[in-house]
Design a protein around this ligand. Structure first.
Ligand code: FPP
Length: 258
């Protein structure tokens, strides 16, 4: 994997004009519509979505991205028809069977974030193997959000903190934003600089609710199975035109208020 000269630390933010987003998060949306337009079953749309994921994981480090988080299955997706849920449950196996060796070799660290509750024993084992085999990698981080929900992530973190308090190891007064962030499923990554959603839909759908506080959002009119490195490059180019102020004012405007 040809990563760009890019060795940021977790605490480093990006977003000054011209810099690449270090952490990009993607809602991989549009598989069903892609299949429907071709008269195919939705399952084939999801399989095509796995191929798009492979392309983007390969391309991301070459575009200056250091962390990539993708939304593969939400806590709400259980409400889909059983046959579709079964197909979605088979996607991590489909992906890791063909790509885990390459990810391992190329320095990609995989984390599967989300609840293991409801997943088959085989799937839990597949996720654990992907994480274990890549645990020492440091070139690039891939977070696969699977059975993940932003609200559940926050509730789990709150529960963990409450347990620490109940056990006498923490006090409510000690809780800080940074401390809470460290309890979230994404603790090992900085917050996303850029959240991309293809397919034309413009919503977050319970993805990284806390982490999205200062992310830039880019919505693209392409269905996920058609998503290419060029689409990602276009999103990055738009990101680079954004002016991230984190609630402050730009220095020139600050002078004008004096
Ligand atoms: C949303 O599109 C997509 C999903 C629910 C599944 C996304 C999963 C992948 C792209 C592959 C993931 C691979 C791994 C390894 C987890 P949709 O089905 O809602 O599309 P629609 O809005 O057009 O119906």
């Amino acid at each position: 994997m040809a990563a760009q000269e890019n060795t940021p630390t977790k605490g480093e933010a990006s977003g000054a004009a011209g810099t690449a987003p270090l952490h990009v998060a993607i809602v991989m949306d549009g598989n069903g519509r892609w299949a429907k337009r071709r008269g195919l079953p939705r399952t084939l749309g999801h399989r095509a979505g796995v191929e798009a994921l492979k392309r983007i994981v390969e391309a991301a480090p070459t575009l200056g991205i250091r962390w990539l988080t993708v939304f593969g299955f939400s806590t709400e997706n259980w409400s889909r028809p059983a046959a579709e849920v079964a197909e979605l449950m088979a996607l991590p196996k489909r992906y890791f069977e063909t790509d885990l060796a390459r990810l391992e070799r190329e320095g990609v660290r995989v984390r599967v974030i989300g609840s293991r509750e409801g997943l088959s024993r085989e799937l839990v084992k597949i996720c654990a193997e992907a994480e274990a085999r890549t645990a020492k990698n440091e070139v690039f981080d891939l977070n696969v959000a699977f059975n993940y929900g932003g609200k559940a992530d926050i509730v789990d973190a709150a529960r963990r903190f409450a347990e620490e308090v109940a056990a006498g190891r923490a006090s409510p007064a000690d809780l800080t934003e940074d401390g809470f962030e460290a309890l979230l499923a994404t603790a090992a990554s900085p917050p996303p600089d850029l959240i991309v959603r293809p397919s034309g839909e413009q919503r977050l759908s319970n993805f990284m609710l806390w982490q999205a506080a200062y992310a830039e959002f880019i919505f693209q009119d392409v269905l996920w199975p058609d998503y290419s490195a060029e689409h990602l490059q276009a999103a990055i180019a738009e990101f680079q035109t954004r002016n991230r102020r984190y609630g402050a004012v730009a220095p020139d405007d600050a002078l004008a208020t004096g």
